[in-house]
Design a protein around this ligand. Structure first.
Ligand code: GAR
Length: 196
């Protein structure tokens, strides 16, 4: 898994992986910065962690290459980016394209990017939510695996709305990853089908 922050979605997956029959385990957790809650949660669960900071590399291409190599070494079947706030590059996608999952706190294609909860509130939508997608080279543009709607309540601010979205995200990510690893998936154009 790849994280940049608190790692509450990572924790939900770690908890699910402990359930018999879930069908997956987290082999490693990578971060793009030091001191993430996600890396602390992984360490507490005895899972290997690594950090690759963009500022330690001369350019984005070499950072992407190092991140790709770190991930290759752990031989994952799937990579889940949960609150990972960097776009991966060509090397990463050539290795893991089609099996890199990203979770996003809005109903794509509405409100892509880093401020989707704020943008949805500013637009005045009454319903937003979360999207779990197969990441591609664009910003939150890949084929959609699953979505869940969350109502915007009177009086919501960015934090209260994001917290409610994250409650949904945790169960949608767990459900989606579980079904993918147990049943497989196929992609035709923009349409993803999980299971046969
Ligand atoms: C989640 O809402 C995730 O969708 C969002 O960061 C949060 C991570 O929460 N990701 C993005 O906004 C990426 N564009 P967590 O650290 O508690 O799992």
């Amino acid at each position: 898994m790849l994280v940049s922050g608190t790692g509450s979605i990572l924790q939900a997956l770690l908890d699910a992986c402990a359930e018999p029959g879930f069908g997956a385990r987290v082999v490693a957790v990578g971060a793009d910065r030091d001191g993430t809650g996600g890396a602390a949660r992984a360490a507490a669960a005895g899972i290997p962690t690594f950090v690759r900071r963009l500022q330690d590399f001369p350019d984005r291409v070499s950072w992407d290459r190092a991140l790709t190599q770190d991930c290759v070494e752990h031989k994952p079947d799937l990579i889940v980016a949960a609150g990972f706030l960097k776009l991966v590059g060509a090397d990463f996608l050539s290795e893991f394209g089609g099996r890199l999952i990203n979770t996003h706190p809005a109903l794509l294609p509405s409100f892509p990017g880093l401020h989707s909860v704020r943008d949805a509130l500013a637009y005045g939508v009454k319903v937003t939510g979360c999207s779990v997608i197969l990441a591609d080279a664009g910003v939150d543009s890949g084929p959609i695996l699953a979505q869940h709607a969350v109502p915007v309540l009177d009086g919501d601010d960015e934090d209260s709305l994001h917290e409610r979205i994250k409650v949904a995200e945790r169960s949608v990510v767990v459900d989606t990853v579980g079904r993918m690893v147990r049943n497989g998936w196929s992609v035709q154009g923009r349409t993803v089908r999980i299971g046969s």
